[in-house]
Design a binder for this molecule. Structure first.
Ligand code: AMP
Length: 325
């Protein structure tokens, strides 16, 4: 079944001279890796076409993959095929001009109930959206071209969104697709150095922040990063957001949550193993994946209520399951 939609997408790409690739805002490695990987793949395969990646925000963390492209005119959008990648709903695009494209294709791996796009290819079991681009390449290998750079972009998407291939969404296909990319000679040592090494000051700041982690009765680990704390320690929004990963290796804590205070509201990042957190996120203006979701809460009462709900989920899981660890 997915062959049909992939073929439709390839035909559509062939029809257009101008293609614009757009991703979600607050980008992660998968959003950027998928966009730049698809761009490179299409540039190599169809050198006569203009293929741009245009967005309105960026990530320091993934900046080593290089810049995206300059904004274009409304007239150009009107002639372009817009491909939106790794973005569950159109509300989450980094570039609102997505809607100005002549046609929109959605390629995504989020669980969503609000569809969009003239053609939508959604595989929500995929560990990363980048997997879908590799699968697309392998399906039409005779017509498409990949190189080491494209493979590096796509591998970045796969390794980051799968938590270094450790999340439960990783399956044999993920490994086969990653293997196909490694055959292009990706420099893993350099890629991992860029992704996972941190400034000494940040390492010290993380050690200090670790002491702020708290635990609910049944084992929800959480951290609340106030605006004051962010200012005091010179943390960017991205640094503060990354604090969620301080909690991902605590035994017994199968849900962990970071609350990041902003001027407008409190951003919530939920992560889990064994149990889904997406239902909790959906109760608080959010969504995402089974075991990695985002949400927004408006005040301290909602923080408490969300934590109580997460605690209830863990309690129920622990009462009804044995031998999970
Ligand atoms: P985050 O913690 O923000 O990295 O979010 C985890 C995953 O959930 C990512 O794949 C996000 O794209 C997605 N996500 C975050 N916030 C929302 C939201 N409000 N609605 C739908 N998906 C979201």
């Amino acid at each position: 079944m997915s062959y049909e939609v992939k073929k439709q997408i390839l035909d559509k790409i062939k029809e257009y001279d101008k293609i614009v690739i757009i991703r979600h805002f607050r980008p992660d490695g998968d959003a950027i890796g998928t966009s730049k990987g698809l761009q490179r793949l299409l540039q190599l395969s169809f050198p006569e076409k203009s293929v741009k990646v245009i967005n309105h925000d960026y990530s320091d963390y993934i900046a080593f993959l290089g810049d995206e492209d300059e904004e274009i005119s409304d007239e150009e959008y009107a002639e372009s095929l817009v491909i939106v990648v790794d973005t569950g709903t159109l509300e989450r695009v980094s570039n609102e001009n997505a809607r100005k494209g002549k046609e929109i294709i959605k390629i995504d791996h989020h669980e969503v109930d609000i569809p969009y796009g003239d053609i939508a290819w959604v595989e929500d079991w995929r560990a990363a959206c980048a997997e879908m681009i590799v699968d697309f390449y392998l399906t039409f290998k005779d017509e498409l071209k990949m190189d080491k750079l494209a493979a590096t972009y796509l591998f970045t998407g796969m390794v980051t969104d799968s938590g270094r291939f450790r999340f439960s969404s990783v399956n044999g296909d993920s490994m086969r697709l990653a293997g196909a990319l490694l055959d292009f000679g990706i420099d893993l040592e350099s890629l991992y150095a860029n992704l996972y090494l941190d400034e000494f000051d940040n390492v010290l700041a993380k050690a200090e922040s670790t002491k702020m982690i708290k635990m609910t009765e049944n084992g929800v680990a959480y951290i609340y990063i106030s605006q004051e704390y962010q200012k005091e320690h010179g943390l960017s929004r991205e640094d503060a957001s990354n604090m969620v990963s301080l909690m991902n290796e605590i035994k017994g804590s199968i849900i962990w949550i970071a609350f990041i205070e902003t001027e407008e509201n409190i951003r919530v990042r939920l992560r889990s193993r064994f149990v889904p957190v997406i239902d909790i996120a959906r109760q608080y203006r959010g969504g995402g994946h089974d075991r990695a979701s985002g949400a927004t809460v408006l005040n301290q009462e909602e923080v408490k209520a969300l934590l109580a709900e997460a605690d209830r989920v863990i309690k129920e899981f622990k009462e009804n399951n044995t031998g999970w660890m």
